[in-house]
Ligand binder design. Structure first.
Ligand code: IPM
Ligand code: MG
Length: 361
């Protein structure tokens, strides 16, 4: 199977982690019938400095023509605020990437990295957050009214709300889970009341799935009070932005977080959630696992291949038993002779080694 992958290395630690992602894809190509062709699509702050555009049209075209996009990070401290962000939002809009899937999983060997008390997480953490990715305040409708007033409108459409909620119900159904949690602010916002009605009406098609509603403020509490009881969450764009950062930290480091910006019938973009991390750029110590786990989502969502998806997950789990990058290298790890501290390259290679032995069998 030939797959064209557009690489958006971007800024900061983006290129370092994408290179490890490419290594993983090459490993997969060696042991399966996948063949990957790579094209590089410049985007972000560095390219903006060179040509005045953070998303050149040629890059967007390359992305549109690929089978999937692997994205590193964009953003630099010395460019104006909004330049890099605008590029990300444009890709989400132009490719209609309306599902933002953000899984949060605490790997058994990383329990010491969880900021919550051990008794709270003894049953593990395994959450899939489905964030609507094209509407709400991200539709960028609003502006400066006058010197004293600025407005952003929270825009929801029936089509936009229905399609993300349907996607989340389908996920729960396919994975034989029993509950879908919807997060809104229906005690205050009219748009949330609209959302909730749609959530309940689509739920009628899934009578076996329990529908649960949380207000976003209460949900933020539950996320740290009882994370083991939460499995699938669907929410609107801005709430999803906020709760997914909170959730990501429960597993120890933003460096572990993966995401998929998905168009279920088009080209999707997979990205680690950590951002460009200017403070550690060039040191080679970035954690490549967020990127590698984003590839897991690429196989599962774009290539409908859970076999390789599960293999990547297992490879990460095994690699973490004997190696950690700096961001997840705790006191606990220091005291264990069998846990080595590795840099970005070493961590990536360690996952690749594990993956080889899994795919061989
Ligand atoms: C994210 C980021 C983006 C967002 C920014 C960089 C535009 O925070 O992907 O969560 O707000 O969606
Ligand atoms: Mg965010």
């Amino acid at each position: 199977m030939k797959k064209q992958i557009a690489l958006v290395k971007g800024d900061g630690i983006g290129p370092e982690v994408v290179n490890e992602g490419v290594n993983i894809l090459k490993t997969i190509a060696e042991y399966t019938d996948y063949e990957f062709d790579f094209t590089e699509a410049p985007m972000g702050g560095e390219i903006w400095k060179k040509c005045g555009e953070s998303l050149p049209q040629t890059s967007l075209e390359m992305m549109k023509q690929s089978d999937a996009i692997l994205f590193g990070a964009v953003g630099l401290p010395d460019i104006p605020q909004g330049v890099a962000e605008k590029a990300i939002l444009k890709v989400r809009q132009d490719l209609d990437l309306y599902v933002n899937l953000r899984p949060v999983k605490l790997y058994p060997s990383l329990h010491d990295m969880c900021p919550l008390k051990p008794e709270i997480v003894e049953d593990g953490i395994n959450i899939s957050i489905f964030r609507e990715n094209t509407e709400s305040v991200y539709a960028q409708i609003g502006g400066i009214v006058n010197q004293e007033t600025a407005v952003n409108s929270m825009v929801y459409t029936r089509k936009g709300v229905s399609r993300i909620i349907e996607y989340a119900y389908e996920f729960v159904s396919k994975n034989r889970l029993d509950e879908l949690i919807s997060v809104d602010k229906a005690n205050v916002l009219i748009v949330s009341q609209f959302w909730r009605q749609i959530f309940q009406s689509i739920g009628k098609n899934y009578p076996k799935i329990k529908q649960t509603n949380y207000y976003v403020d209460a949900f933020c509490q539950w996320l740290i009070r009882k994370p083991s009881s939460i499995h699938t969450v669907v929410t609107e764009n801005m709430f999803g932005d906020i709760v997914s950062d909170e959730a990501a930290y429960l597993v120890g480091s933003l460096g572990m977080g993966a995401s998929g910006n998905i168009n279920p019938t088009g080209v999707s973009m997979y990205e680690p959630i950590h951002g460009s991390a200017p403070d550690i750029t060039g040191q080679g110590i970035a954690n490549p696992i967020g990127t590698i786990l984003s590839l897991k989502l690429m196989f599962e969502e774009s290539f409908r291949d859970t076999h390789v998806g599960v293999a990547i997950d297992k490879a990460v789990e095994s690699a973490l038993e004997s190696m950690r990058t700096t961001d997840i290298y705790s006191k606990y790890a220091q005291n264990k002779v069998n846990i080595q501290r590795g840099n970005c390259r070493e961590m990536g290679s360690s996952v690749a080694e594990q993956l080889k032995s899994i795919l061989k069998n």
